[in-house]
Write a protein that binds this ligand. Structure first.
Ligand SMILES: CC(C)(COP(=O)(O)OP(=O)(O)OC[C@H]1O[C@@H](n2cnc3c(N)ncnc32)[C@H](O)[C@@H]1OP(=O)(O)O)[C@@H](O)C(=O)NCCC(=O)NCCS
Length: 190
Protein backbone atom coordinates (compact mmCIF):
# COMPACT_ATOMS: atom_id res chain seq x y z
CA UNK A 1 0.00 0.00 0.00
CA UNK A 2 1.26 3.48 -0.75
CA UNK A 3 2.78 5.11 2.31
CA UNK A 4 0.47 8.16 2.17
CA UNK A 5 -2.67 5.95 2.06
CA UNK A 6 -1.26 3.77 4.80
CA UNK A 7 -0.79 6.84 6.99
CA UNK A 8 -4.30 8.04 6.20
CA UNK A 9 -5.93 4.76 7.22
CA UNK A 10 -3.53 3.99 10.06
CA UNK A 11 -2.40 7.38 11.44
CA UNK A 12 -0.72 5.68 14.39
CA UNK A 13 1.68 4.00 11.94
CA UNK A 14 4.62 6.16 10.91
CA UNK A 15 3.93 8.65 13.67
CA UNK A 16 7.15 10.52 14.14
CA UNK A 17 8.90 10.18 17.47
CA UNK A 18 10.14 13.64 18.48
CA UNK A 19 10.98 12.80 22.07
CA UNK A 20 14.53 13.62 23.11
CA UNK A 21 16.40 12.89 26.31
CA UNK A 22 19.41 15.16 26.95
CA UNK A 23 22.70 13.33 27.27
CA UNK A 24 26.46 13.79 27.63
CA UNK A 25 28.82 12.61 24.89
CA UNK A 26 32.56 12.43 24.48
CA UNK A 27 33.37 13.55 20.95
CA UNK A 28 37.07 13.61 20.16
CA UNK A 29 37.92 14.26 23.82
CA UNK A 30 35.34 17.05 24.22
CA UNK A 31 32.76 16.29 26.91
CA UNK A 32 29.58 17.72 25.45
CA UNK A 33 26.06 18.19 26.72
CA UNK A 34 23.46 17.67 23.99
CA UNK A 35 19.93 18.92 24.58
CA UNK A 36 16.88 20.30 22.86
CA UNK A 37 17.08 24.02 22.10
CA UNK A 38 14.70 26.45 23.78
CA UNK A 39 14.15 30.21 23.44
CA UNK A 40 16.70 30.67 26.24
CA UNK A 41 19.42 29.47 23.86
CA UNK A 42 18.63 32.00 21.12
CA UNK A 43 21.13 34.69 22.26
CA UNK A 44 23.91 32.04 22.19
CA UNK A 45 22.68 30.74 18.81
CA UNK A 46 22.89 34.24 17.30
CA UNK A 47 26.45 34.69 18.60
CA UNK A 48 27.47 31.31 17.14
CA UNK A 49 25.94 32.25 13.78
CA UNK A 50 27.88 35.54 13.75
CA UNK A 51 31.08 33.60 14.45
CA UNK A 52 30.63 31.13 11.59
CA UNK A 53 29.05 33.48 9.02
CA UNK A 54 31.44 36.46 9.30
CA UNK A 55 29.15 38.59 11.44
CA UNK A 56 25.93 37.71 9.60
CA UNK A 57 22.90 35.94 11.08
CA UNK A 58 21.07 34.21 8.22
CA UNK A 59 18.62 32.97 10.85
CA UNK A 60 17.50 35.89 13.02
CA UNK A 61 15.77 35.83 16.42
CA UNK A 62 12.37 35.53 14.80
CA UNK A 63 13.38 32.57 12.57
CA UNK A 64 14.75 30.69 15.58
CA UNK A 65 11.66 31.43 17.67
CA UNK A 66 9.39 30.22 14.86
CA UNK A 67 11.38 27.03 14.23
CA UNK A 68 11.81 26.14 17.90
CA UNK A 69 8.03 26.20 18.30
CA UNK A 70 7.52 23.47 15.68
CA UNK A 71 8.14 20.67 18.13
CA UNK A 72 5.64 18.27 16.51
CA UNK A 73 7.93 17.50 13.58
CA UNK A 74 11.18 19.38 14.23
CA UNK A 75 14.17 18.71 16.40
CA UNK A 76 16.65 21.48 17.24
CA UNK A 77 19.63 20.48 19.33
CA UNK A 78 22.21 22.61 21.07
CA UNK A 79 25.60 21.31 22.16
CA UNK A 80 27.32 22.91 25.16
CA UNK A 81 30.70 22.43 26.77
CA UNK A 82 30.12 23.83 30.25
CA UNK A 83 28.45 27.20 29.47
CA UNK A 84 29.87 27.55 25.93
CA UNK A 85 27.63 26.85 22.95
CA UNK A 86 29.74 24.60 20.75
CA UNK A 87 27.30 23.62 18.00
CA UNK A 88 23.72 23.26 16.91
CA UNK A 89 21.72 21.26 14.40
CA UNK A 90 18.09 21.33 13.32
CA UNK A 91 15.96 18.97 11.28
CA UNK A 92 12.35 18.59 10.16
CA UNK A 93 11.03 15.07 10.01
CA UNK A 94 8.33 13.54 7.85
CA UNK A 95 7.85 9.90 6.89
CA UNK A 96 8.99 10.67 3.35
CA UNK A 97 11.89 12.96 4.07
CA UNK A 98 14.00 14.29 6.90
CA UNK A 99 15.36 17.74 6.03
CA UNK A 100 18.41 19.13 7.82
CA UNK A 101 17.57 22.82 8.16
CA UNK A 102 20.68 24.11 9.89
CA UNK A 103 24.04 23.01 11.30
CA UNK A 104 26.96 24.98 12.66
CA UNK A 105 29.99 24.25 14.81
CA UNK A 106 31.86 27.10 16.59
CA UNK A 107 35.21 27.86 14.89
CA UNK A 108 37.25 26.75 17.93
CA UNK A 109 35.58 23.32 17.80
CA UNK A 110 35.52 22.74 14.04
CA UNK A 111 37.26 19.81 12.35
CA UNK A 112 36.97 17.67 15.48
CA UNK A 113 34.15 15.48 14.12
CA UNK A 114 31.39 17.26 16.07
CA UNK A 115 29.55 18.12 12.83
CA UNK A 116 29.82 14.51 11.68
CA UNK A 117 28.57 13.26 15.05
CA UNK A 118 25.48 15.53 14.90
CA UNK A 119 24.70 14.66 11.28
CA UNK A 120 25.00 10.94 12.06
CA UNK A 121 22.63 11.37 15.01
CA UNK A 122 19.96 12.97 12.77
CA UNK A 123 20.48 10.32 10.07
CA UNK A 124 19.99 7.58 12.70
CA UNK A 125 16.78 9.27 13.91
CA UNK A 126 15.56 9.59 10.30
CA UNK A 127 16.10 5.83 9.90
CA UNK A 128 14.30 5.09 13.18
CA UNK A 129 11.39 7.26 11.94
CA UNK A 130 11.32 5.29 8.70
CA UNK A 131 12.16 8.29 6.48
CA UNK A 132 12.93 7.45 2.88
CA UNK A 133 15.68 10.05 2.63
CA UNK A 134 17.61 12.82 4.34
CA UNK A 135 17.99 16.06 2.37
CA UNK A 136 19.65 19.44 2.85
CA UNK A 137 20.67 22.58 1.03
CA UNK A 138 24.26 23.77 1.00
CA UNK A 139 25.90 26.76 -0.65
CA UNK A 140 27.51 25.67 -3.90
CA UNK A 141 30.80 27.26 -2.74
CA UNK A 142 30.79 25.65 0.75
CA UNK A 143 33.27 22.88 -0.03
CA UNK A 144 33.97 21.99 3.62
CA UNK A 145 30.33 21.26 4.40
CA UNK A 146 29.87 19.43 1.08
CA UNK A 147 32.89 17.22 1.88
CA UNK A 148 31.31 16.30 5.22
CA UNK A 149 27.96 15.46 3.60
CA UNK A 150 29.59 13.45 0.79
CA UNK A 151 31.58 11.43 3.32
CA UNK A 152 28.25 10.50 4.95
CA UNK A 153 26.85 9.30 1.61
CA UNK A 154 24.95 12.40 0.43
CA UNK A 155 24.86 13.03 -3.31
CA UNK A 156 24.26 16.28 -5.19
CA UNK A 157 20.65 16.31 -6.41
CA UNK A 158 19.89 19.65 -8.10
CA UNK A 159 20.77 23.36 -7.91
CA UNK A 160 18.44 26.02 -6.49
CA UNK A 161 19.40 29.29 -8.17
CA UNK A 162 19.83 32.40 -5.96
CA UNK A 163 18.58 30.44 -2.92
CA UNK A 164 20.35 32.44 -0.19
CA UNK A 165 18.79 35.90 -0.04
CA UNK A 166 21.62 37.48 1.96
CA UNK A 167 24.46 36.50 -0.38
CA UNK A 168 22.51 35.63 -3.56
CA UNK A 169 24.41 32.35 -3.74
CA UNK A 170 23.06 29.20 -5.37
CA UNK A 171 22.29 26.16 -3.23
CA UNK A 172 22.91 22.54 -3.98
CA UNK A 173 20.17 20.21 -2.78
CA UNK A 174 21.82 17.01 -1.53
CA UNK A 175 20.13 13.73 -0.71
CA UNK A 176 21.01 10.61 1.22
CA UNK A 177 18.68 7.77 0.30
CA UNK A 178 17.89 5.49 3.24
CA UNK A 179 15.79 3.08 1.16
CA UNK A 180 15.93 1.80 -2.38
CA UNK A 181 14.22 4.37 -4.59
CA UNK A 182 13.11 4.91 -8.13
CA UNK A 183 14.40 7.87 -10.06
CA UNK A 184 11.31 9.57 -11.46
CA UNK A 185 11.94 10.42 -15.08
CA UNK A 186 9.91 12.99 -16.94
CA UNK A 187 8.08 11.64 -19.96
CA UNK A 188 8.71 13.63 -23.10
CA UNK A 189 6.30 13.69 -25.99
CA UNK A 190 7.55 14.81 -29.34
C1 LIG B 1 30.31 22.43 8.06
C2 LIG B 1 30.58 22.25 9.56
C3 LIG B 1 29.25 22.12 10.29
C4 LIG B 1 31.39 20.97 9.74
O1 LIG B 1 31.52 20.72 11.13
P1 LIG B 1 32.86 20.12 11.76
O2 LIG B 1 32.55 19.67 13.12
O3 LIG B 1 33.95 21.10 11.58
O4 LIG B 1 33.12 18.89 10.77
P2 LIG B 1 33.83 17.52 11.15
O5 LIG B 1 35.00 17.76 12.03
O6 LIG B 1 32.79 16.57 11.61
O7 LIG B 1 34.40 17.10 9.73
C5 LIG B 1 33.87 16.11 8.96
C6 LIG B 1 34.49 16.22 7.58
O8 LIG B 1 34.24 17.50 7.01
C7 LIG B 1 35.41 17.94 6.29
N1 LIG B 1 36.02 19.07 6.99
C8 LIG B 1 35.65 19.60 8.18
N2 LIG B 1 36.41 20.67 8.47
C9 LIG B 1 37.27 20.82 7.43
C10 LIG B 1 38.31 21.76 7.13
N3 LIG B 1 38.59 22.78 7.94
N4 LIG B 1 38.98 21.61 5.97
C11 LIG B 1 38.69 20.62 5.14
N5 LIG B 1 37.74 19.69 5.36
C12 LIG B 1 37.03 19.80 6.48
C13 LIG B 1 36.34 16.77 6.27
O9 LIG B 1 35.98 15.95 5.16
C14 LIG B 1 36.01 16.08 7.55
O10 LIG B 1 36.33 14.73 7.56
P3 LIG B 1 37.81 14.26 8.13
O11 LIG B 1 38.04 15.00 9.42
O12 LIG B 1 37.65 12.79 8.29
O13 LIG B 1 38.76 14.69 7.07
C15 LIG B 1 31.41 23.44 10.14
O14 LIG B 1 32.55 23.62 9.33
C16 LIG B 1 30.64 24.76 10.20
O15 LIG B 1 29.95 25.04 11.17
N6 LIG B 1 30.76 25.58 9.15
C17 LIG B 1 30.09 26.89 9.14
C18 LIG B 1 28.58 26.76 9.01
C19 LIG B 1 28.22 25.93 7.81
O16 LIG B 1 28.81 26.04 6.74
N7 LIG B 1 27.18 25.09 7.98
C20 LIG B 1 26.69 24.22 6.94
C21 LIG B 1 25.54 24.85 6.26
S1 LIG B 1 24.89 23.78 4.97
Amino acid sequence: MLKKFNQFFHPQINRIDMSFTPFMANVNGNILQIMQATDDNIPDLLVLEEQVYSGRTPWNKFSFETELRKRRNSLYLVVYQASTLVAFIGARFSPEETHITNIAVAPAYQHQHIGRYLMQMMIDRARENDSDSVTLEVKTDNEIAQRLYQSLGFKGNFIRKDYYQDTHTDAMNMVLWLKPHQIKRKKFTF
